[in-house]
Design a protein around this ligand. Structure first.
Ligand code: 6PG
Length: 264
């Protein structure tokens, strides 16, 4: 298989793969290994899925017959990092994207799937319901945050993560687990996990591919704006931060990612 280059700076690992499919293969393998450790240690694996389009290839790869039989679906629980507050049948809906790519193809119990539902009266109702689901599932006491085994994130062209957009007041949320988001640039309301939840995860992985993300990655890795960009606010307090990128996406970052990884 192609070599991947990686580097470890300040506990951040960056894996640079040749192209999108290669990222999907490597990231699927990483998700499998994290899930195995979690299930071995505590009998279940809790993952928050990214929305948008980039991660669809990973979800499809997880459902491929060679991988499908490797995952312990009955011990896996899927949540969402964010949701577009549109009908489940709407092409923009993140639950719908994951259902098509993965959930309808694998033997995962329905009770292990924890979507942000969008049939409530308002996005706030959806956020409250989601917070209740998180609190019950993780058996949280007041003021506690869930510790996901893995939170998968994409990166917007403006360096937003989940539905945490630059300059939006929700970036400053320190208490709630999930909040509604109204963003002037975005046509539909959103519901998103908050930074305290993201930064309490054991593993946070970014998946960023394509030339259209090159500027965003340059901004994240090589600029220090007065107000940090949302992606620059992701730093697991007791966890690991890993980037899986392809060469086009990293092409405007001048950091030399030493090739210190073994052939895979
Ligand atoms: C969403 C995502 C969002 C996404 C980025 C990148 O619901 O859209 O959670 O944060 O990850 O916008 O989107 P693409 O993968 O489509 O480029």
């Amino acid at each position: 298989m192609e070599k991947i280059m990686s580097t470890t700076k300040k506990n951040i690992q960056v894996f640079v793969c040749d192209h999108y499919r290669h990222v999907c293969d490597e990231l699927t393998e990483k998700i499998l290994s994290i899930s195995k450790v979690a299930i071995q240690n505590k009998g279940r694996f809790n993952m928050a899925l990214a929305g948008g389009t980039t991660p669809k290839g990973v979800y499809m790869r997880m459902a491929d017959k060679d991988y499908q039989k490797k995952f312990a679906w009955h011990q896996m629980h899927f949540f969402w990092g964010d949701e577009r507050w549109v009908h489940i049948g709407d092409i923009r809906n993140n639950y719908r994207m994951v259902a098509e790519a993965l959930l309808t193809k694998v033997d995962i119990p329905i009770e292990n799937i924890h979507p942000i539902t969008t049939k409530e009266e308002t996005p706030e109702h959806s956020a409250v319901l989601y917070e209740k689901e998180l609190t019950a599932h993780f058996n949280l006491k007041k003021g506690e945050f869930p510790e996901f085994d893995l939170i998968l994130l994409g990166l917007g062209p403006d360096a937003h993560v989940a539905s945490l957009f630059p300059g939006n007041s929700v970036l400053k949320e320190e208490k709630r687990l999930a909040v509604p988001v109204i963003e002037k640039e975005i046509e539909e309301p959103r519901v998103t996990l908050t930074f305290p939840v993201i930064n309490h995860a054991k593993h946070v992985i970014f998946m960023v591919t394509g030339m259209d993300k090159a500027n965003a990655l340059h901004m994240v890795f090589e600029t220090k704006p007065k107000e940090p960009l949302p992606a620059q606010m992701v730093f697991p307090v007791n966890g690991y931060l890993t980037w899986f990128v392809d060469k086009p996406a990293i092409s405007k970052v001048s950091i030399n990612f030493s090739d210190d990884s073994e052939k895979r």
